[in-house]
Design a protein around this ligand. Structure first.
Ligand code: 13P
Length: 253
């Protein structure tokens, strides 16, 4: 089955509003005319509104990096799904390993966030992945299984159609150590098999699975050649238009 490749840039805690505008203006120019690849950027909350305005008329989609599950109320410092909808977000990243590592996210809180996002019509980029110790102890598959069962708990096959899964091995994030295409493909194939067991063959074949972890213009082609890798969630290399556009234009390499 043909799945539309999906390349997303996770800007993490980078870019002031001014810097975000500079980047998005440049990006619009350098990736104009790219077809048959879906592209999204996830700026920090403070730059979402400005970037949305700059993206008017462009096919680049806007994504947020997190949300809280309540709609409003006394939750100091949090951002709700309707707030993200209002500023034009199409996607939201949920369960990123940095959220799990530094901000105490668990499979349960990830699940609550996913439910809240989908209920408001946001599409979700759901991140999963093992740390180095788990890989070395050969626990990658059991960990992925646990994260999927916990994060996707209670979601219907219909809801899954608004989901993208990002496999991000934590040992490859920001380290310059990309998983080899074969290492990534092995886990992507496992994730698709698990989706089939949890839902159906049709759902498992439809869902896009991105790879994330030190993706660069040099590594993208090999990754995208794998049958179960449908795109990338790019951190560091998405902060410059030159490198991100090369990744988006992987078909031309
Ligand atoms: P890097 O591409 O900087 O390794 O980050 C990957 C990532 O965490 C994307 O969400």
């Amino acid at each position: 089955m043909e799945r539309l490749p999906f390349i997303a840039g996770n800007w993490k805690m980078n870019k002031t509003v001014g810097e975000a505008l500079d980047l998005i203006r440049e990006l619009k120019t350098v990736i104009s005319g790219v077809k048959e690849v879906e592209v999204a950027v996830a700026p920090p909350f403070t730059a979402l509104d400005a970037v949305r305005k700059e993206l008017e008329g462009s096919s680049i989609r806007l994504a947020a990096q997190n949300l809280y599950w309540e709609e409003k109320g006394a939750f100091t410092g949090e951002i709700s799904p309707p707030m993200l909808k209002e500023v034009g977000c199409h996607y939201v990243i949920i369960g990123h390993s940095e959220r799990r590592q530094f901000f105490g996210e668990s499979d349960e809180t990830v699940n609550r966030r996913i439910n809240a996002a989908l209920a408001q019509g946001l599409k979700v980029i759901f991140c999963i992945g093992e740390i180095l110790k788990e890989r070395e102890e050969r626990k990658t598959f059991s960990l992925i299984e646990r994260q999927m069962e916990g994060g996707l708990k209670g979601l219907s096959g219909k809801e899954m159609r608004d989901m993208v899964i990002a496999y991000e091995p934590v040992w490859a994030i920001g380290t310059g150590k990309t998983a080899t295409p074969e290492q990534a493909e092995e886990v992507h194939r496992f994730i698709r098999g698990k989706l089939e067991r949890l839902y159906s063959k049709a759902v498992s074949e439809e869902i896009r699975i991105q790879y994330g972890g030190s993706v660069t213009p040099d590594s993208i082609k090999g990754l995208m050649n794998q049958p179960n890798i449908d795109g990338a969630l790019v951190g560091g290399a998405s902060l410059r238009a030159e490198s991100f556009s090369k990744i988006v234009r992987f078909k031309e390499m």
